[in-house]
Design a protein. Sequence first.
Length: 281
Amino acid sequence: MSDKEHRLIAYELHQASDMRLSTAPVDRAWMDATPQRAPYRCLPLVIANQAGWILCSPLSFTAYWDGGVAKENVQIHFDSPSGTMDLAGLFTPIVVSADAPNTGAHTEARVSSHFGSGIVTFSIPYLFRTPRGVNLWVKGPTNLIKDGIQPLEGIVETDWLPATFTMNWKFTRPNCSVRFERGEPICMVIPIPRGLSEQLEPVYIPLDANPELARRYREWEKSRSSFNADLAELRPDAVRRGWQRDYMKGLTVNGEQAEEHQTRLHLREFTQSEGDETPPA
């Protein structure tokens, strides 16, 4: 591919300095809060955290859904320009509440109840272009847990579509208030090859049909079971190690090194460009 064919372009529909795209960070607050930050030992989870670019909420607000299907059944209450709620919209700022707040005075077109049915919609200020044959998976920030509301995901053919899309979050239960803070990640975009899943031929095969793989798997299974048993019995060597690091190091139980292995992703940040550098259609 040429340099242009590698470009992921975000055409700016208007000035959006408060909704800039950035590489997704590896850290998550809930992971930091666990004993010994144990979730960071799970490399697949850590890699998934970083596997795209994020957009953040341009302002702070609270949304309430009473359970109805109309647009009006979702109430959105924005903080005042000073960063605090108007007295007209005063409420207890907890993540989830059974009490609906009063109507706030401020409005913001980028966050709305556009579809009804308990859905909060964020407008995205970019029209994306991906290389030919590459879709954009539009989703919530990976492994970022938010009580009371769930990000809705979509896959968009951004190599040809001359239109933008929205990011939507759906309440998971009625009579619920959810708080979004300014700068909080609300959307993650990940390029994926179009048609790859359809090109694959899914089959079931007994493990023993592949003797070498079966042998290596059983060696791993035995090693894992033995280590967990030693850890449960507080045997010094297992306690000192804390956890097995073979996968993190890209190693098999026998110390064989994987030909390709990643422990960190190094996505590039978006940079400013004035020219039209659309990938070939």
